[in-house]
Design a protein around this ligand. Structure first.
Ligand SMILES: [Cu+2]
Length: 155
């Protein structure tokens, strides 16, 4: 919604600027705006099948990814209503810039081959895990399609 409002105000500003420009002046190049993020399919859900929230596990930890209402495609392949999984480890979704392609870090894992599970070597102690499903350019859908954040304890 914010993006839409921003796009509208940018349009207004541009029209205003053109109105002030003499007709003979060359038109300024339009700023390259990123296309709006795609909406997820209606009713789509992403969730962590296992481990369960609050579970105590022994490492290495296998995490299984669940998805309903959309399909999985490898990164780079544009196909309607598909995307690939991303796993946030000890990371709050609020700290991820969702308007841009997600970076790959040791706390933001991409599964761009279409994987639906992974095995993690986590240090002993508490960790949080959250899945976020994103499009073929690694960009979140809008609104974001993400799982609940779970906390596990690794022994
Ligand atoms: Cu990705």
């Amino acid at each position: 919604m914010n993006r839409l409002i921003m796009a509208c105000s940018a349009g207004l500003l541009t029209s205003f600027a053109f109105a002030q420009t003499p007709a003979t002046a060359p038109a300024a190049p339009a700023p390259a705006a990123a296309p709006a993020a795609m909406a997820p399919a209606a009713g789509a859900e992403v969730y962590i099948i296992s481990p369960k929230n609050g579970e105590k596990v022994h490492g290495p930890v296998t995490v299984r990814f669940g998805l309903k209402g959309m399909g999985i495609a490898p990164a780079g392949i544009k196909f309607d209503n598909t995307g690939h999984h991303h796993l946030l480890i000890d990371t709050d979704i609020k700290d991820v810039k969702l308007s841009e392609p997600m970076p790959t870090t040791d706390k933001i894992l991409h599964f761009g081959k279409g994987q639906t599970e992974t095995t993690l070597n986590l240090s002993a102690g508490k960790h949080t895990l959250e899945l976020i499903f994103a499009d073929y350019t690694h960009r979140s859908f809008d609104p974001p399609l993400h799982s609940a954040k779970i906390t596990i304890t690794v022994n």
